[in-house]
Design a protein around this ligand. Structure first.
Ligand code: SAM
Length: 249
C-alpha cells in the first residue's frame, strides 16, 4: 500500500508544486496560521531539525533560513528534486534524503531538537511505530510538532456539505485531491492521535484546530482542487495540529 502512495506522489509532484506555488515558510497547512503566528517551536536558530515528509522542501528551507541544521526526508524522488532546487535557489544547505518516514534508523538516539511534519502522517498505516521512533531520536525536552488532515474534513461530501460516513470509521480510505487524482490515506480520530503520542512516551502540550473561517493571505491551498472551498472551510476545519515534547528526565 505504501509504495502506491510513493508512486502517486512521485507522479503528482510536478502538478502539485505547479498548482500550489507553496511559499517558503514554516506552514501547518490549509486554513491554518503559520509558525510565525502559532510560535510552537520557540527559537529555531542553531537547532537540529528533522522534517518528516518534506515534500517540495518549503518548510525545510524556511528552517534553514532561520539558522537551523535541517534534514528533510521524503520517499518521493520528484518531491525531493523540487526541494533540492529550492534550497539552492535560496542559498541554504539542507540535507534532503529519500527515506520512508517509517524508518528513522539513519538518525541516532537523542540527536534532534525538533521533529516537524506538515500534512504527511495521514499517509502512514502505523503511526504508533513512527511516534515511538520520533521519541527515540528527539533529545530529552525536544519538540515534535505536526499537522495533518483534520479527521472531520474527509468525511464531508463537498457538494452536499453533509457528513458521508461515521466519525468513528478508521483505517484506509481514498484520499481525493480532486483534479490531482486519488491515493490512499489512513483515517483516525483526534483521540487516536493523542493516545498514540501518550503511549509512545511523549507529552502532548497543545492540540490546535485552527478556525478555518479565517483567511490567510499566505495560504496556497485556499480554493484549490474543488477541495478547500470557502463554503466547506466555513463549516469544517481541514487542519489539525499537535505539539508534543519528549520528557526531560
Ligand atoms: C501533502 S505532501 C506535504 C509535503 C510538505 N510537508 C508540505 O507541507 O508541503 C505529503 C508528502 O508526504 C510524503 N510521504 C507520504 N508518506 C510518506 C512516507 N511513508 N515516507 C516518506 N514520505 C512520505 C509524500 O511523498 C509527500 O511529499
Amino acid at each position: 500500500m505504501t509504495s502506491d502512495i510513493q508512486d502517486w506522489w512521485d507522479k503528482t509532484s510536478e502538478a502539485y508544486q505547479d498548482a500550489c506555488e507553496i511559499p517558503v515558510d514554516i506552514h501547518y497547512g490549509p486554513s491554518s496560521p503559520n509558525e510565525d503566528e502559532l510560535k510552537l517551536l520557540g527559537d529555531i536558530a542553531g537547532k537540529r531539525v528533522l522534517e518528516l515528509g518534506c515534500g517540495g522542501g518549503q518548510c525545510s528551507v524556511a528552517f534553514a533560513l532561520r539558522g537551523a541544521r535541517v534534514t528533510g526526508i521524503d520517499f518521493a524522488e520528484g518531491q525531493l528534486a523540487f526541494a533540492r532546487k529550492l534550497a539552492a535557489e535560496n542559498g541554504v544547505e539542507v540535507d534532503f534524503l529519500q527515506q520512508d518516514v517509517k524508518d528513522l534508523s539513519p538518525f541516532a538516539e537523542a540527536s534532534l531538537d525538533i521533529v516537524f511534519s506538515a500534512f504527511t502522517l495521514m499517509y502512514l498505516d502505523d503511526r504508533p511505530q513512527v511516534f515511538r521512533e520520533v521519541r527515540r531520536v528527539l533529545r530529552p525536552g525536544g519538540t515534535f510538532a505536526f499537522s495533518l488532515d483534520h479527521p472531520l474534513f474527509r468525511k464531508v461530501d463537498l457538494d452536499k456539505l453533509t457528513m458521508v460516513e461515521s466519525y468513528n470509521e478508521t483505517g484506509p480510505a481514498v484520499d481525493d485531491l480532486g483534479a490531482l487524482g486519488t491515493t490512499t490515506m489512513y483515517r483516525y480520530r483526534v483521540s487516536d492521535l493523542h493516545n498514540n503520542l501518550v503511549d509512545a512516551g511523549l507529552v502532548v502540550e497543545r492540540v490546535i484546530e485552527p478556525d478555518s473561517r479565517k483567511r490567510y493571505d499566505y495560504d496556497p491551498w485556499f480554493g484549490r482542487w474543488g477541495v478547500y472551498l470557502p463554503e466547506v472551510l466555513d463549516l469544517v476545519p481541514p487542519t489539525l495540529i499537535f505539539k508534543a515534547v519528549k520528557p526531560a528526565g
